[in-house]
Write a protein that binds this ligand. Sequence first.
Ligand code: CS2
Ligand code: MG
Length: 412
Amino acid sequence: MAIDRIDIDVTSPGRNFVTAVVTTSEGITGLGDATLNGRELSVASYLRDHVAPTLIGRDESAIEQTWQYLYRGAYWRRGPVTMSAIAAIDMALWDIAAKKAGVPLYKLLGGACRTGLLSYAHASGTTIDSLLAAVRGYVENGFHAVRIQAGVPGLGQIYGVHDTAPGETYEYEPAGRLTEGAPLRPAEESWDTAAYLRHLPEVFAAVREEFGGDLRILHDGHHRMSPIEAAKLARSIEPYDPFWLEDATPGEDQTALRLIRQHSVTPLAIGEVFNSVHDYQVLITERLIDYVRSSATHAGGITGLRQIMTFAGVYGIRSGFHGPTDVSPVGMAANLHLGLAIHNFGIQEYMPHSDVTLEVFRTSYRFEDGLLHPGEAPGLGVELDREAAAAHEYVPAYLPVNRLADGTVHDW
Ligand code: CS2
Ligand code: MG
């Protein structure tokens, strides 16, 4: 058997997704997610123009070798575009291998280490009261862990903040789709770190007081603080027992986390923008983090993410895989199968996709009593309705750009 055909589907059911569809000479099809938010077409071209033609006729069961061939063989290594492209091929080959074996993928990865995956939801509100109502909705729906993001007095629209009616699914989508005729530019938001640092401890205090000690409370700093500001925040929320503080500082400076660690015992999570095990070298060996935030989609697929988790496991560091709506249902399934099969699983982010997305990507994963499970369908357990997908054409969409009050561009 060999790889016979590779199609790269770009579709936009509510938001953009890039999917590699790999078909073998026996007619088995595997799917891989290659969605890179706001830069989708560059990955599609990388796959179509530079990867697909080199793989036709190769043994589809040589998954590790294909990964190394694409990684080492390109000479130019790492980077989000390259690693998302490798991820898509890798996931599709794992999907094929498990379909051939007739088992859900987690069984090929070593089998289940647990009955389900503890998941966290995104609760948010422009005010503390609306945030509390959103948290209540998730707790009533069975979640044991909730990420809290709240509006900051004096600031307008900021990352992760949106009001929802209690019980309503949270469908925050930060990538703004560009409307026809409008300039092809990202939206702009404003930011003030001092105001945020003053406000956040109050938000934590209110949620902890309202929901008691059992609820796991998470927060995403979304790369906006300097190391000393992050250390101050990590220390100020410590009394409220946070489950983690995510992306306190921009991820590319691994040594910044040393400073946060010197001042606080708040658990730290980082890595959604990383794409290889090398991005974690200092963080893992110096025990500067507690959770790995990568997803299979942006970190070289199941093979790449498994490398990271094996390395992390040596230091007792656990997973907290990235699961926003810009990781497609295919990428989400890859995270779930790996999460079920590794010993050092921690928690899984769960931001459900919209109904229109789920009409195009049919999933078999399920959520019950706060736990996600990848399901028992062979392979990844996701089917792509290619006809339905073709009806949703790509729409340019970008993540916002952030500015300080004086116009300086800040991390978003
Ligand atoms: C995020 C994402 O899920 C998260 O923690 O930080 O919402 C992130 O903003 C998007 O994935 C960007 O594409
Ligand atoms: Mg994040």
